[in-house]
Design a binder for this molecule. Structure first.
Ligand SMILES: Cc1cc2nc3c(=O)[nH]c(=O)nc-3n(C[C@H](O)[C@H](O)[C@H](O)COP(=O)(O)OP(=O)(O)OC[C@H]3O[C@@H](n4cnc5c(N)ncnc54)[C@H](O)[C@@H]3O)c2cc1C
Length: 457
């Protein structure tokens, strides 16, 4: 193996230059442990190709040497799929940084897979346009990684997930074939939609190299209300009606009482209200014309609202949303949580959270649970900090078992990764998973692309 690796290393150095082939724990460390610090493994090498042609050569070199490849963007995945399990080549997209100019008439922009979300947002903003997907990891998460996980984020209620915001894609299969779907006409039904197949495939079918993104008019007016509520049920009642009452609704997010206390403490924010509430709802509207009146009229005389504060203008709105966006970071400060990204039907959210609390208390006494998320989609980020010595499986059985009983999904937006691979068949059923495996076998017969992700090894 060492000899193969030495020969492969030389070949890779010829393709991408010696500075872009990293070997040894010291130089590969930041690529081999995930953002949560929960998963890590050794990499045979980290390779950083700078163009589609170099990705083709890197994949050909690795597969002919029999080494598996883990594509990696910003390494902000919360499902463990972006780091090696042991001995793979990490293909980092960090040099795929083409950042094309927005095409105002076509409302589109072509970018390299390694461009980070914040750079796309800045580029679009400079042209008076915007990108429809936003998430708190915007400074590090790449557009390629977001496409590979079909990331959702804060504005799904208004603009959908990544799939709805991608017009076309270029990707490279394990054997080096390049599939170019960048032309991206508004109507095109010629054959299978390979773009939607690759979006959400988590690096298991190939490497996404370039993307044509759909842009929207930049909303110049923003307003956001933070509501203090007496129960999750009140939040659900509001979440069921606000999307129809608010044509310019942009995000509808919730945080529970414990999470609000935690973020105030960790991010040193002052409490939003003198009183504490069991649940908080963030209602954001945005548009090209003023939106404040729309928001205040929709919230007036709603018995569910116990307290409210309204912000207008981007700076004030961003400051208010910090209570929500700071959740993931604040929870990380407590330790390494077992993270779940689940969704249940909206009218089942209250029962789900109540039953989850009861079951954790009876089955894993002492476990701390913090939940928050994208209420419009019934998407709950459940974070469990169990007492020492509790196996992951026990926590998963409680949380994911309840999700399946509730008619929900084990992954709403983060992907399956390695974290949930062994639950996929329980959720989808054997026939469904075997159809997915057939697709994988057809496009990557040697199973070189991200083995262990989506399907357990
Ligand atoms: C603070 C914080 C907040 C977050 N909020 C959200 C949120 O609101 N919504 C949400 O959906 N996610 C969220 N995430 C999760 C994460 O940011 C997303 O999953 C993001 O899409 C990952 O992008 P990345 O570039 O970091 O990908 P990575 O973590 O590097 O990789 C993720 C997966 O995609 C694959 N991959 C990466 N690049 C490519 C490529 N070019 N071609 C093929 N496969 C590739 C990897 O192999 C891996 O399986 C959050 C994470 C953090 C840390």
């Amino acid at each position: 193996l060492a000899e193969i690796e030495t020969r492969l290393r030389r070949r890779l150095e010829v393709v991408v230059g010696p500075a872009n082939v990293l070997v040894g724990a010291e130089s590969t460390g930041s690529y081999t442990t995930d953002w949560t610090s929960r998963w890590s493994g050794e990499a045979a090498a980290v390779v950083r190709p700078g163009s589609t042609a170099e990705v083709v050569e890197v994949l050909r070199a690795c597969t002919s040497a029999g080494l598996a490849v883990v594509p990696q963007g910003g390494n902000t995945s919360l499902a463990g799929g972006s780091v090696p399990r042991g001995g793979e080549i990490v293909l980092s997209t960090s040099r795929l940084r083409e950042n094309g100019a927005p095409d105002g008439r076509g409302l589109a922009m072509t970018v390299g897979a390694g461009v980070v979300l914040a750079a796309v947002q800045e580029r679009a903003h400079a042209a008076g346009l915007a990108f429809g997907v936003d998430l708190a990891a915007r400074g590090t998460a790449t557009i390629g990684g977001m496409a590979a996980t079909n990331a959702g984020g804060l504005h799904v209620v208004a603009h959908g997930s990544m799939l709805q915001n991608i017009r076309g894609i270029e990707f490279v299969l394990a054997d080096g074939r390049v599939i170019d779907r960048l032309a991206a006409l508004p109507k095109d039904t010629a054959g299978y939609d390979l773009t939607s197949l690759v979006v959400g495939s988590e690096g298991t079918l190939g490497v996404i190299t370039r993307l044509r993104l759909r842009l929207i008019a930049e909303p110049r007016y923003r307003a956001c209300a933070l509501l203090g509520l007496r129960s999750v049920g009140d939040a659900v009642t509001l979440a069921a009606s606000l999307p129809t009452d608010l044509p310019h609704l942009r995000s509808l997010e919730f945080v529970l009482g414990d999470g609000m206390e935690l973020v105030c403490q960790e991010a040193r924010l002052s409490r939003p209200f003198p009183e504490r509430y069991p649940c908080y709802l963030f209602v954001e509207v945005a548009g090209v014309a003023p939106v404040l009146d729309e928001l205040t009229s929709a919230l007036i005389d709603r018995d569910e609202i116990a307290a409210d504060v309204v912000a207008t203008g981007s700076d004030e709105v961003d400051a208010l949303l910090r209570y929500r966006e700071g959740q993931t970071e604040a929870i990380r400060a407590l330790g390494v949580p077992r993270k779940f990204d689940v969704a249940v039907p909206l009218d089942g959210v209250e029962a789900f959270l109540a039953t989850l609390g009861e079951r954790l208390q009876s089955e894993i006494p002492g476990a701390r649970c913090l939940s928050f998320g994208h209420l419009a989609e019934g998407n709950i980020h459940v974070n469990v900090l169990p007492p020492d010595g509790i196996e992951d499986e026990r926590v998963e059985d409680v949380v994911l078992g309840l999700v399946l009983e509730s008619g929900g999904t084990i992954s709403a937006e983060h992907g399956i990764g390695i974290a949930k691979a062994h639950w996929l068949e329980r959720m989808r059923g054997a026939d469904d998973v075997s159809a997915m495996r057939s697709i994988k076998a057809a496009l990557d017969p040697g199973s070189f692309m991200n083995p262990g992700v989506i399907f357990p090894l």
